[in-house]
Design a protein around this ligand. Structure first.
Ligand SMILES: NC(=O)c1ccc[n+]([C@@H]2O[C@H](COP(=O)([O-])OP(=O)(O)OC[C@H]3O[C@@H](n4cnc5c(N)ncnc54)[C@H](O)[C@@H]3O)[C@@H](O)[C@H]2O)c1
Length: 326
């Protein structure tokens, strides 16, 4: 990872969950890091996420929908980690236009800024497993059909394909990571906008019971530090240019078993099984877990942190810091 020493790095969504964990690692690696974030309250950005490194990063509170800011910000950058996004599936259904403006239109502002002012940049785009829709087979690999079940999935799909097109047509080095449920310290726990696990953790730490809907759905999870490894490793490899790679986790687990494991790791707590609310059921993808062999064989990435350890590290963090997140 010596490539990052003295390199210029821009992270959109850098005050968010994954972006801030990435920033922490890059600071350790000696990079000159700028974070762009709009800090819209409903999203995952939080200034506390850079507690302890605030003097070692530059923070630019601006919106990726502002093409003039983006034109300025991409200049002189070696690596752009493009993570700014509207992440809530339900919010995308209630306000599809905002989701489109951030997850699709603004991506074109970013890419156009790079094409005109910094075509030598390398961009890693944070995409999502949501674009596969309801899996036709498991585990889901990158050849699986794309059939998003919600507005967010459609806009993220457009966002990732703009990135691929700028690689294929203009030769700007881009790479797409399709993330599955990513969890860990600094995720949004105020509500379930970013991940259902956020609200589970919050309620558990507050000593309240949490709800598990249905409970039989299978899911996989990536610990945030493992996701950070994937972003860094794809950035420094030319074999990833123009590529699409799934990330994944240890083993698939049902949500009911996950709830039991969480309670167990917490040494106590309660959950209640509930029926899936009908508006959410309509956009639920059912069972999902990913095949991440492609990224393993291309650059050697594998998740290292077990699910049990992931839950322990996450709970420990919020037992100390919950007040900064609610
Ligand atoms: N966490 C996951 O499980 C997961 C799964 C799949 C994909 N992803 C993708 O990874 C990326 C990062 O997600 P995260 O989990 O860290 O979420 P997050 O909400 O914590 O991070 C996104 C950040 O983008 C910022 N942002 C949103 N709109 C912006 C705008 N218009 N201008 C500038 N900044 C803006 C938010 O303030 C936030 O800090 C997102 O693009 C998301 O779609 C995450």
């Amino acid at each position: 990872m010596k490539e990052f020493s003295n390199s210029h790095v821009l992270i959109t969504g850098g005050l968010g969950f994954i972006g801030s964990n990435l920033a922490r690692r890059l600071v350790e690696l000696g990079a000159d890091v700028t974070l762009v974030d709009s800090l819209i309250p409903e999203y995952g950005g939080n200034l506390f996420n850079i507690d302890g490194i605030e003097d070692r990063v530059k923070v630019n509170i601006s919106d990726v929908r502002d093409e003039h800011s983006m034109k300025y910000l991409v200049q002189g950058v070696d690596y752009l980690f493009n993570l700014a996004g509207q992440t809530s599936h339900m919010d995308s259904m209630h306000d599809p236009i905002t989701d489109m403006e951030i997850n699709a239109k603004a991506q074109l502002f970013i890419l156009e800024a790079c094409r005109k002012y910094n075509p030598d940049i390398k961009i890693i785009f944070a995409s999502t497993r949501q674009i596969y829709g309801k899996p036709q087979y498991l585990p889901v690999d990158e050849k699986h059909a794309l059939s998003p079940v919600d507005i967010n999935g459609i806009n993220k799909l457009a966002g990732e394909w703009y990135h691929l097109l700028y690689n294929n047509v203009y030769g700007i080095k881009t790479c797409v990571l399709r993330l599955t449920n990513t969890i860990g310290p600094r995720m949004r726990v105020r509500d379930a906008r970013q991940t259902f696990l956020g609200i589970w953790v919050r309620l558990l730490v507050e000593g309240k019971s949490f709800e598990v809907w249905d409970g039989d759905q299978l899911r996989d999870f990536t610990y945030v530090d493992d996701a950070v490894d994937a972003f860094l490793m794809t950035a420094v490899s030319d074999n990833t240019n123009g590529g699409i790679f799934n990330l994944g986790g240890e083993n698939a687990i049902s949500l009911k078993k996950l709830a039991e494991l969480l309670v167990n790791v917490n040494n106590g707590g309660k959950y209640v099984l509930k029926e899936f609310p009908s508006d959410r059921k309509q956009i639920d993808i059912g069972d999902y877990y990913s095949d991440y062999n492609l990224i393993s064989s291309t650059i050697g990435w594998k998740p290292k942190v077990s699910l049990k350890e992931t839950l322990k590290l996450t709970l420990d963090y919020y037992k100390k810091n919950l007040d900064k997140y609610i």
